[in-house]
Design a protein around this ligand. Structure first.
Ligand code: ADP
Length: 264
């Protein structure tokens, strides 16, 4: 299972609102937390930052459409002719009282929901059918999940019965001043040179939902700024980090180039 166990250095995160105190309060009370927002707006970085800042172990699972409950809980593996039980990342997090972050939880298979329900109400239990164990999560255990409500696929919406088990924080792209500071810090490009990039992002995001499925993410702005900081021309950097990642349509790409020309 490709879960990542993070080390304890505190990754940079610039708060946008009261999300840090909310996370701490949820963690103290053992309440599950759902982070809603577009891709690349800082949700994962926020969780990594909070876990490290609170000195807590973090298991991150990038969910995908093949991810099943067994991937999270664990399975028997054949080792030297004998079968041996191996905990999945969710089980490890429960046993250790760690934080488990399920990134893009709606992508996972439906049987994952069945596992999450008893963990996210006052039972706080994880049933391991295969071994017959029933683990009660210790106070330190916290479940955090993220999802992107912007995707048009109605089948990929989180069901009310699931989402009403989580405290929720709505993430959007940071305000221009915060985003400029973030992109400059992450890329090493000066704030003066980042400012037009962030202005451009504002224009591009205004187009999302029309010709573009999603606006440009903070992550892509960091990529563009990093290329520029490395000496690449603005045009080449924006082509590779903004235009090509956002669209496959030649007309839309041209419209984006025209938009760039009005900013630069
Ligand atoms: P998400 O999980 O929402 O898809 P990430 O957390 O991976 O997005 O964010 C993408 C990148 O954006 C991060 O690697 C980081 O460089 C940057 N970023 C976005 N918001 C912030 C923020 N508030 N503070 C620090 N970095 C941020």
């Amino acid at each position: 299972m490709n879960a990542i166990l993070h080390d304890m250095a505190v990754p940079f995160y610039k708060p946008v609102s009261n999300e840090c105190s909310l996370f701490e309060a949820a963690s103290r009370k053992g309440l599950p937390l759902l982070l809603k927002g577009p891709t690349g707006c800082g949700k994962t970085r926020f969780v990594e930052h909070m876990a490290a800042r609170m000195g807590r172990k973090l298991y991150t699972v990038a969910c995908h459409d093949d991810l099943s409950a067994a991937d999270l809980i664990g399975r028997y593996l054949l080792k030297g002719g004998a079968t041996e039980w191996v905990d999945g990342p969710l089980t490890r997090a429960v046993r250790e009282g760690a934080i488990c972050y399920l990134d893009e939880v709606v992508e996972a298979r439906k049987d994952v929901t069945v596992v999450l329900h008893p963990l996210t109400d006052n039972r706080r239990t994880l049933m391991i059918d295969r071994t017959g164990e029933e683990l009660v999560a210790p106070p330190g255990f916290m479940l955090v999940a993220s999802y992107n409500p912007g995707y048009q696929n109605i089948l990929k919406r989180l069901k009310p019965s699931t989402r009403q088990r989580f405290l929720s924080i709505g993430f959007t792209f940071p305000d221009p001043v915060t985003e400029t500071a973030v992109v400059a810090r992450e890329s090493g490009l000066s704030e003066a040179k980042v400012a037009p990039l962030v202005r451009l992002a504002g224009h591009v995001r205004a187009l999302s939902g029309m010709d573009l499925e999603e606006g440009v993410s903070t992550r892509l702005l960091v990529y563009a700024a990093s290329l520029m900081a490395g000496g690449m021309s603005i045009e080449a950097a924006l082509e590779a980090a903004v235009i090509e990642p956002l669209t496959d349509e030649p007309d839309v790409a041209q419209a984006l180039r025209d938009l760039i020309a009005t900013v630069y």
